[in-house]
Structures are given as C-alpha cells and as structure tokens.
Design a protein. Structure first.
Length: 468
C-alpha cells in the first residue's frame, strides 16, 4: 500500500502549478500592496448550457471569442482590477483565477463562494454542510457529531441523500436557488485514491481547510482524507486496515461486498458520502447517516480490498425503496459494476420477501441504467417460459424483486402491453425475444449463491449478518 501510495503521490507531484494567488490584504493593514492584473491574467469559470455540470471548467480569455463579448462598464471609482481591498472586490472578480504561462492553479479566494453572503445564505449553507470538521491534517477525518433532520422544508428536499430540486413549492424556491448557488462551482479539483489520480466532477462540502484543497489524498480502506502527500504516505505506511469496516456479505472470486450500519460506522460512512458527492450532483446528506445501511463493493487483491463503489439503503422506507444513492467511482466505470450493484439491491429485496424500487425521481443516467437492467431481467425470464404459464404481473414482481409499476413501465417501453378481450395482457413477441437473447450480452449480475445475508427483520438480537 505504501508503494502504491508513493507512486500516486509522485504522479500528483508531477502536476506543475504556479503559486496560488494570495488572499486580499485587509483594509486596516498599513500600506496595502496592490497588484494590477489584466483580463488576460485571469481564468473564468464556464458552464455550458444544456450540458452536465461535470463539464464545467476554468478557461483563459484566449478561449473566448471576444468580438461577441458584451462589455459592462466598471464602477466609476474603480477602473483597474486590483488586489488589496477585500471590500471592493466584486463577485465576478472573486470568480477568477490567475494564469501563469498557461499553467494555473485554484486560488483560495476564487475557488470558494463569496463570503459576503446574506444571513439566509449562511443559514442554508450551514444546514447543508452540517456540523463539525477536523482540522488536523494528520487525522484526516470529520467530526462524528450527529445532525438531526428537524427542518420540515429541508426534509421535503432531501430524502435518502438525494436533492430533489425544482419541486414547484414556492416556499422552497429560495432554498433550492441557494443550494444551486452554493454547489455550482467545484471546490476540489482532483483526488489521489490508491494508484489513481481522479478528476472531481462536482462540489463537495468538505470541512475547512479541506474544502480549499486542489488535491485531496484518500485512504482506500478508511476513506480518511488528507491535504498533504507526506501525511498521506505516513498514514498508508501505518494504516492497519486492509478492507472496509462492517460485515462481508458477498464474495465471488475477487469481488467482495461489505455491509455497514451508518450508526455503527458513522465516521466511515460520513467520509464515504463526502467522497461520493465529488461525483454525484444531486446528493445532500453527508452527516446524518444513522438511518441508512451502506453496501461497499470492493476488488480484492494481495494488498487488500479496494473500494469500487457503493449503494445506500434506508433502514425503514415507507415507499419500499431498496436503494437511495448509488455510485461506481470513475476509475472503475465501464466494468459492469453498475448492473451488479443494482442486481444486488434487488437480491436483498427478494431475500426480504418484498419487491423494491430505487428512490424516485431517477436521474437521466439512472433511468438508462435501471431501464436496461429491468429489460434484461424481464426478457431473460420470458425466454425461460413456454408461454403456456398463466403468469401475473404480481408473480413476476415476486420472482424478480421489481415493483409492479417498474415492470409495467418497462413493458410499455418495449410495446409489450396490449389490450385483448377486455383486459390488458403481456404480449411477448418471440422474434424480438430470440433476437435479444442471441446478442448474448455479458452483464455482471449478483450470484445469489455467493450472498450470505439474512434480512435484518429475521436476525436475532446481537446476531451476525453472515452465516457460517
């Protein structure tokens, strides 16, 4: 682990960056130094309309077609862009970086949101980010203090860890706008995780001073985060852990899954949520992890069990949700883990004897993944039948663990719901079915034989989740 961490830190050290732009000098300091910057010395944060925010980037002025630029006259009392008067800097000036020979870095003042926010903004930010924060770089964890969801408006927006914006509720419009304002600019550029250097996609509310770091160093086994390579290397050399905490409930070759109770492993699950937010746009719960179970998927080798992805699940769900948040880390995507995670969540539902469904509404990518999984499961089931069985939708739901509404919507998308003799029936086209099965798609799914898991409702008090 130490060798892999050293290699990752070495790769990170090869990224050349100029000195970070210094903080503005306070007004009460004598003889403040002023540094004049032209528009060509700055970088500008760009969001592309109708595109995902993961594509946002900082760009120099040379990337712009300045002939189409609509110029806004500066204030009369200030014509030059100067550093030295914190009170006189406009918000747009705070959203810039300094460029040097085409190589640039994120500055503390530019990569963070303006501090001149209203009391309402501060309140919303505090509510979203939660409490606590460990400023000891050698410790790299967050405070395990628990935060309750007592705000009814916030509860409507945050369910299962996902942000449901555009709710249409006028009482929540201000909070929705504030959430978008807070999270619209990335604050962490990249992470070093094991042997991988991974670019972050979205904003994540790491506690200060970690929220201002260009690079965070993550321990694969404890998920502690650090700002400096020397602390990361020291931690890797001394860390006794080689796998996530919790109980191993699945083992298939090199693939292993661990179940964690958010209440019992609070700090690890909080760190996992903060880390996941770097790659999930619609996620808000980072500290209130007690009501959830977390299922961590890992790849096992001689060095340990390396985290690949995870999904979370509410302990008690009135809507029978079997999955709240799901993530496969970028370095392991396109390897079939997404379908495996989905199939695992449904296998747990089948063990519990009640069909489940992912938390709604699904994102665009979530709809594609789930619709693909549902289609595969249903067509595979139909291909094993002769057509003489009188199978009802509810029977299919019990066999697959998929809720009836998800089955019906999938069959409708496949044009398999027909009205015949006064009732709706499932019409399976044999030619279409044979064509689909002939493709022989290789999909990585959960093998029930490898799952050693007993539903929590059936466990005796103090029992183990894994069987001998």
């Amino acid at each position: 682990a130490s060798q892999a961490a050293s290699q990752a830190a070495s790769q990170a050290g090869q990224l050349k960056s100029p000195p970070v732009l210094k903080q503005p000098i306070e007004k009460n300091e004598q003889q403040p130094r002023k540094q004049q910057l032209s528009a060509w010395d700055l970088l500008y944060y760009v969001h592309y309309e109708e595109h995902d925010r993961r594509l946002d980037e900082w760009v120099p002025l040379s990337r712009f077609d300045v002939s189409t630029l609509h110029r806004i006259p500066p204030p009369e009392e200030e014509h030059d862009i100067m550093i030295g008067d914190a009170g006189g800097m406009d918000d747009w000036r705070r959203s810039t970086r300094r460029a040097s020979d085409g190589k640039f870095s994120r500055s503390n003042a530019s990569s963070r949101r303006s501090r001149n926010s209203s009391n309402a903004s501060s309140s919303a930010l505090s509510d979203i980010k939660g409490r606590g924060g460990n400023n000891n770089d050698n410790n790299g964890g967050i405070d395990s203090s628990h935060q309750n969801n007592s705000n009814s408006s916030d509860a409507l927006l945050r369910r299962g860890g996902n942000w449901h914006g555009n709710s249409g509720n006028p009482d929540l419009a201000e909070l929705e706008a504030e959430h978008h304002e807070i999270t619209k600019v990335k604050n962490v550029a990249q992470i070093v995780m094991g042997k991988y250097l991974v670019e972050a996609w979205y904003y994540s509310p790491f506690p200060p001073p970690y929220d201002r770091a260009d690079t965070l160093y993550i321990c694969e086994f404890t998920l502690k985060y650090m700002r400096k390579p020397r602390f990361f290397l020291k931690h890797c050399a001394e860390c006794p852990h080689k796998s996530p905490p919790g109980d191993e409930i699945y083992r298939e070759g090199r693939l292993s899954v661990y179940e964690l109770d958010g209440k019992d492993h609070r700090v690890y699950c909080q760190n996992l949520c903060l880390l996941a937010k770097l790659f999930l746009d619609h996620k808000t719960l980072y500290y209130d992890v007690d009501p959830f179970y977390f299922y961590v998927i890992t790849e096992v080798d001689d060095e340990g069990a390396h985290i690949v992805g995870y999904f979370s699940k509410e302990k008690v769900s009135a809507e029978d949700y079997n999955l709240a948040c799901i993530l496969t880390f970028p370095q392991y995507q396109k390897c079939g883990y997404g379908k495996f995670i989905i199939s695992l969540s449904y296998e747990l539902s089948k063990r519990e004897g009640k069909p489940g469904s992912p938390e709604k509404p699904l994102s665009d990518l979530g709809k594609i993944s789930y619709r693909s999984y549902w289609t595969h499961v249903l067509l595979t089931l139909f291909s094993s039948q002769t057509g003489e069985e009188n199978v009802q939708i509810k029977d299919i739901s019990l066999m697959t663990g998929i809720k009836t509404e998800d089955i019906i919507s999938t069959l409708q998308s496949l044009n398999m719901i027909r009205f015949w003799k006064g009732q709706h029936v499932v019409f399976v086209m044999q030619d279409f079915l044979k064509k689909y099965m002939a493709q022989k798609k290789k999909i990585r799914l959960c093998d029930p034989k490898c799952l050693t898991w007993i539903p929590h409702a059936e466990r005796k008090k103090g029992g183990s989740s894994a069987s001998d």
